[in-house]
Design a protein around this ligand. Structure first.
Ligand SMILES: NC(=O)C1=CN([C@@H]2O[C@H](COP(=O)(O)OP(=O)(O)OC[C@H]3O[C@@H](n4cnc5c(N)ncnc54)[C@H](O)[C@@H]3O)[C@@H](O)[C@H]2O)C=CC1
Ligand SMILES: O=C(CO)COP(=O)(O)O
Length: 340
């Protein structure tokens, strides 16, 4: 059995990058977990005060986490590299970091977005930019609201990748008492679940902002899962994955939680705010806003119908107002629930 990683690079010191660094550092206090931060003051605070107050308040971080703004220094000697930047910035960042990534290092995406313009999933972007084998790529995704995990509240998650030994090695590296990773070989399904749930959470947030109740939101969540499953299976993913933590689990967590940035962005839109006003109020990334159009494009290219995604994108692009969304969805031809 391969020994656990002793040096781990986490590229991105936002709320999930920092929290996942804590998961890894709590799991193995002998490992060096090094975060890459864009801002020098964030890196200094993490290394010297062991907090990241921008994203996690005064929560104490383990002593075996340090940070730097120098990507080469962070990546040097790292056998495991965790990627946690906004999805639309990954290609540019990886292009800058590329040469510093150790040959043979395993790369894990924590990101839940689809690249605009190419409709590529994050592991596909990594494979395009870096000379890596599929066995070096994995994804971690599930009902993983960063702030709850940072407080040590228990959760499950999924580590997905094509190489069984690699995903089991990653899973063993993230097993503090509050985090239980399950392995899965369905990387497509796990990534699609994480990407589309953000768009569905925007729809649920819009319902919330418009003052709608739980029947409406349960309908959006359930039919949202149906359209996510249609897309995932059309791309070669499995319907079983969609019933698991990276599908239903993440969808339920994100659509129910006021901590979700996507649901919050949707709520603000539902309350009548413009996209510019939403952007001003929110300092953190809500991936569904930018990924929605790429999801719709990918679905159209595979002949998959995604009415909720279509309605959300129409609202985001200013083509319809939130008050027309319900009509858009309810006036469609009647169909059987059994037809996926
Ligand atoms: N926060 C959460 O609860 C979870 C987030 N995720 C996913 O993880 C990814 C990262 O999310 P968070 O850490 O929550 O976001 P965040 O908004 O808290 O932090 C983003 C980080 O990326 C940096 N950044 C922003 N723009 C950048 C750019 N153009 N180039 C390079 N770096 C940039 C920021 O400085 C910050 O360190 C997203 O894809 C998100 O969907 C997944 C699971 C849970
Ligand atoms: O992915 C998440 C929980 O699993 C976080 O969701 P938000 O990006 O909407 O906050």
């Amino acid at each position: 059995m391969k020994a656990s990683p002793q040096r781990i690079a986490v590229m991105g010191s936002g709320s999930w990058g920092t929290t996942f660094a804590k998961v890894l550092a709590d799991s193995d206090p002998t490992a060096d977990v090094v975060l890459w931060a864009r801002r020098a003051e964030v890196a200094t605070e993490i290394s010297e005060l062991h907090t990241n107050s921008t994203y996690l308040g005064d929560l104490p971080l383990p002593a075996n986490i340090t940070a730097s703004t120098d990507p080469a220094a962070v990546l040097a000697g790292a056998e495991l590299v965790i990627l946690a930047v906004p999805a639309q910035s990954l290609r540019q960042q990886l292009t800058e970091w590329g040469k510093a990534v150790e040959p043979g290092a395993v790369l894990v995406s924590l990101m839940k977005g689809l690249e605009r313009g190419t409709d590529l999933r994050m592991t596909e972007v990594i494979a395009q930019v870096l000379p890596v084998d599929q066995s070096q790529l994995a994804v971690v995704s599930g009902p993983n609201l960063a702030k709850e995990i940072a407080r040590g509240e228990p959760t499950g998650s999924v580590v997905a990748g094509s190489d069984r030994d690699t995903v089991e090695w990653i899973a063993r590296a993230c097993t503090p008492s509050y985090f239980r990773p399950y392995t899965n070989s369905d990387i497509v399904g796990v990534e699609i679940g994480g990407i589309v749930k953000n768009v569905i959470a925007l729809a649920v947030g819009i319902c919330d902002g418009m003052g709608m109740g739980d029947n409406t939101k349960a309908t959006i969540i359930t039919r949202g899962l149906a359209e996510t499953t249609r897309l995932a299976t059309a791309l070669g993913g499995s319907a079983e994955t969609m019933a698991g933590l990276a599908g239903l689990g993440d969808l339920v967590a994100t659509c129910s939680s006021p901590l979700s940035r996507n649901r919050t962005a949707g709520r603000l839109i539902g309350e009548g705010k413009t996209l510019e006003q939403v952007a001003q109020e929110m300092t953190q990334v809500a991936e569904g806003i930018k990924s929605g159009a790429a999801v719709l494009d990918l679905a159209a290219n595979h002949g998959v119908e995604m009415p909720i995604t279509q309605a959300v994108v129409a609202v985001i692009e200013g083509k319809v107002g939130v008050s027309s969304m319900a009509r858009m969805l309810l006036e469609r031809d009647l169909k059987s629930e059994e037809i996926h």
